[in-house]
Design a protein around this ligand. Structure first.
Ligand code: KOT
Length: 841
């Protein structure tokens, strides 16, 4: 049978393969053809949604050509690959990014205009791909962009949730969750119905002796669910490399439904089986920095790990290499502990199925995996009960016990005098019920463990993994400070700023080497440049003001200081500190004379973010923000001096217009709680300044941009423990201004006080775990400093330009190169020259 086009006929094929759009007309031809044929619509029936589809399909054709070539080139190169396993990929919209990465957005804009459409309207039609909660998922998306841009042979593996993170509506000031069904029309995925893996659950383990008397185990019985691959092309910027993100969807093993059951009259139960199987990939768990130990979550994790590993092992076996070469051909990065089951799964494949000895298998496993820790918050550290693990994955539990036994024997030999150490480092927590500690398993099964910012990596080594530093020595533990892709977070989100920078740097090379930004510092005194810099910020604020007006009816003064805090709502991120600060400011304005009011810097405080549906305190914070906004925004004595706005349904595409519109953004977590933060980097890269605590990447941002260009406040991480102690033992006084804020809340100024009592009590009566009271004064004073600084437009502009110039370090390209060198030991593959690879020279 023929499986490829014969040599003499390949010329004919090549002639008709899709080409780069040389002019607007080429784009129009393809877009119109897709609207007419792929959508079966005509020019009399072509709205913006249809034109979006035509545009997306026209660009998709181009991506797919590069994608096919990249996959061939990677197979041919036969180099080590990196597999990035993440339960979350917060990709956002794909069209704008695809147009920019293949550098054909201008051609498309001209083509669309010739057909009577505006580019902005077409882009707006796309539904965000929101398969993630927040920073962890967005980091994975930035990494995929960098991996492709830097030509690394890389795959992402994730789950194809039918429902991504819920849509947030605000009704009467309360968060209401609405399901996010995003797959109605998704031109960016390719269902690979031929790429499937059978995934087993439950059952039991059989043990027997083989012909050589060796004890063998096999996992038998239980039930099977099918994993089906859905592939998403990931284009690099200015390169033909287009990598693959493979998302697994779940399906009943018997196909549509079980015909035998159906024919024997059990129609209902045959459909129920099918639905149960499909439930596995139905919905993203909407918790950020929290693990709740639900069986379905564990099923998701195993389903995705087992499917991905089967795929990775299959690809390796096709090369015909010996097993001992596996880890020199394969690096697997675990994005947090969520994919930790991949460790015992690979060990199971190697010993039970491929017949390797335990030790040989374990050394392969250990050389293959590396683990990234993203949080030290205890409630986010994954633990699964031994009982559940035994029930769902009996063979894996055995393997985990064996891994633990061998590890503990080693610890005992090495530290014979430290009996307590064994209990502290055991994968099994001897609680009731007994629990499997996933972070410990991830550490033991990996050759490297990294944190995501310097402070965080130090905390990992001195707190949750302290004993493992003793066991393994410090070299196993490292830091890779997070980064962001400048393509989406500068070029796409803020094209005018990107163009201004390019005009001074003589081109867009900085998008591939962000350290080149430092060259704009030479222009900091250039009057024209500064004027355009300020005009861009104002235009971005006007665009945001229009959005707020259209969606809420609130009118904002674009000349006011725009203060933005957008991120998941969480007590440790302290949106409550910000809203208490707003109330404090409001009270101050109310107490002012007309003369005094004239000196006030008008401010707009903007919040956005989702609360986990079960997180009552976070929902209360959202409620309070909305109620405070209602009062302040309608108080005629305040007018333009203060507005408080909550942006509904914060997501990646909203971040793209919020981030460029900030003067100040807030990154105010209790010191030691925010592992890194990445939106801090996005805001500064767009010329906004920061108010922040000495936490996460704020510290390194300060190191890079200089402490004159950031507004730091609050207690330090090393003092947090002691301060908490003071609260518990009553040796502290509630901050006075904060007490006045609480009086207003409790007097019903913002509606029914009982609604907010939990929030106030957490601080007044329950130990103020997040130290809001301790940091309140320093926070308010720093906000006053910001007002003063903002009054001096020249000084502010200098800070803004200088900061952007010094942000080169925070590109996710730098980050990926560090992982590649220090952890993965992989090299890029030279991209094939195609029509779409544009030289950036
Ligand atoms: C933990 C459990 C479930 C879902 C999400 C998490 C999670 C998210 N843990 N850490 N993160 C964030 O990861 C970002 C990327 O590294 C960090 O910038 C941020 O500080 C973490 O909170």
């Amino acid at each position: 049978v023929q499986s490829s086009i014969p040599e003499p006929q390949r010329e004919a094929w090549t002639k008709f393969a899709p080409q780069r759009f040389a002019k607007a007309e080429d784009f129009q031809r393809d877009a119109v053809r897709h609207v007419e044929t792929s959508l079966a619509r005509s020019m009399y029936n072509c709205d913006e949604a249809a034109m979006y589809a035509g545009t997306a399909l026209a660009f998709r054709d181009r991506l797919v050509m590069d994608w096919n070539k990249t996959q061939q080139a990677h197979t041919f190169a036969d180099q080590k690959r990196i597999y990035y396993l993440s339960l979350e990929f917060l990709m956002g919209r794909a069209l704008d990014n695809a147009m920019l990465n293949v550098q054909q957005k201008d051609v498309a804009a001209e083509g669309l205009s010739g057909l009577g459409f505006r580019m902005e309207d077409i882009i707006e039609q796309e539904h965000d791909a929101a398969l993630g909660n927040g920073g962890l998922g967005r980091l994975a998306a930035c990494f995929l962009d960098s991996l492709a841009t830097l030509n690394y042979p890389a795959w992402g593996y994730g789950l194809r949730y039918r429902y991504g993170i819920f849509k947030q509506e605000i009704v009467d000031g309360y968060q209401v969750e609405v399901p996010d069904y995003w797959l109605d029309f998704n031109p960016w995925e390719f269902a690979r119905h031929d790429v499937t893996v059978d995934i087993q659950f439950y059952g039991h383990v059989d043990k027997w002796q083989d012909e050589n008397g060796k004890t063998k185990c096999s996992w038998e019985g239980g039930e099977i669910v099918k994993a089906v691959a859905f592939d998403v092309p990931v284009p690099g910027y200015g390169t033909s490399t287009t990598n693959n993100l493979r998302l697994w969807g779940s399906k009943a093993a018997s196909g549509e439904f079980d015909f035998q059951k159906f024919n024997s009259g059990e129609y209902e139960s045959s459909v129920a089986d099918q639905q149960r199987a499909e439930t596995i990939s139905a919905v993203l768990y909407p918790n950020d920095n929290l693990e709740r130990g639900k069986e379905l979550r564990l099923k998701q994790q195993y389903f995705w790990c087992a499917a991905s590993l089967s795929d990775i092992v299959r690809r390796f076996k096709k090369t015909g290499r010996a097993w001992k070469e596996f880890s020199s051909q394969t690096a697997i990065q675990l994005n947090d502990t969520h994919p930790t089951l991949a460790i015992p799964e690979l060990q199971r494949i190697l010993i039970d199925i491929e017949g390797l000895e335990w030790d040989e298998a374990w050394s392969i496993v250990h050389q293959t995996f590396a683990y990234t820790n993203h949080t030290v918050l205890p409630e986010a550290l994954e633990k699964w009960s031994v009982g559940l693990m035994q029930h769902l994955l009996p063979r894996h539990l055995q393997i985990i016990y064996e891994i633990n036994l061998q590890f503990l024997q080693y610890v005992e030999r090495t530290f014979p005098k430290d009996r307590d150490l064994l209990g502290r480092v055991s994968i099994i927590e001897e609680s009731n019920p007994k629990m499997v500690r996933m972070a410990f398993l991830a550490v033991i099964g990996s050759h490297k463990v990294n944190g995501v910012a310097e402070l965080h990596s130090d905390l990992v080594k001195t707190t949750i993994l302290k004993d493992f530093v003793k066991v393994y020595g410090p070299d196993k533990f490292t830091n890779v400070t997070n980064g962001i892709t400048p393509r989406r977070w500068l070029h796409q989100a803020n094209p005018r700023l990107s163009a201004l920078i390019a005009s001074k740097l003589g081109g867009y090379d900085f998008l591939k080497d962000l350290t080149l930004l430092n060259k704009i510092e030479a222009h900091v005194d250039d009057a024209e440049f500064r004027k355009e810099w300020q005009a861009i910020k104002l235009a971005n604020k006007e665009r945001l003001a229009r959005h707020v007006h259209e969606t809420t009816g609130i009118t904002l003064n674009p000349k006011a200081l725009f203060d933005i805090q957008v991120k998941r709502i969480h007590e440790y991120k302290r949106q409550q500190l910000n809203i208490f600060g707003c109330i404090h400011r409001y009270l101050a304005i109310k107490a002012m004379s007309a003369e005094e009011k004239k000196k006030v810097v008008p401010r707009v405080t903007i919040f956005g973010g989702k609360a986990a549906p079960g997180y009552w305190m976070a929902k209360t914070v959202i409620h309070l923000i909305n109620k405070v906004g209602d009062v302040i925004n309608n108080d005629p004595e305040v007018g333009d001096l203060l507005k408080v706005v909550f942006i509904e349904d914060y997501n990646v595409s909203k971040a793209e217009f919020l981030v460029p519109a900030s003067d100040i953004s807030e990154h105010i977590s209790t010191a030691g709680t925010e592992a890194s933060g990445t939106s801090n980097m996005k805001f500064v890269l767009n010329g906004g300044l920061i108010i922040g605590t000495c936490d996460g990447a704020n510290i390194e941002i300060t190191r890079e941009i200089g402490e004159n260009n950031i507004f730091l406040f609050g207690n330090l991480s090393e003092d947090v423990e002691e301060l908490r102690h003071n609260h518990v033992f009553g040796t502290y006084q509630l901050n006075e201004s904060l007490a006045k804020v609480f009086d207003q809340i409790q007097n019903g100024k913002f509606g029914d006080a009982s609604q907010f009592s939990a929030l106030v009590n957490a601080i007044v009566d329950h130990g103020d775990f997040y130290l809001v009271s301790d940091d309140f004064e320093s926070y308010c004073q720093t906000q006053d400093l910001i007002d003063e600084s903002y009054k001096n437009v020249d000084e502010w502009t200098t800070k803004s330009i200088t900061s952007v110039a010094r942000m080169g370090f925070f590109s996710s390209d730098r980050c990926i190169d560090e992982y590649a060198e220090v952890i993965w030991n992989i090299e890029p593959v030279a991209p094939t020259k195609t029509d779409f690879a544009v030289d950036l020279a």
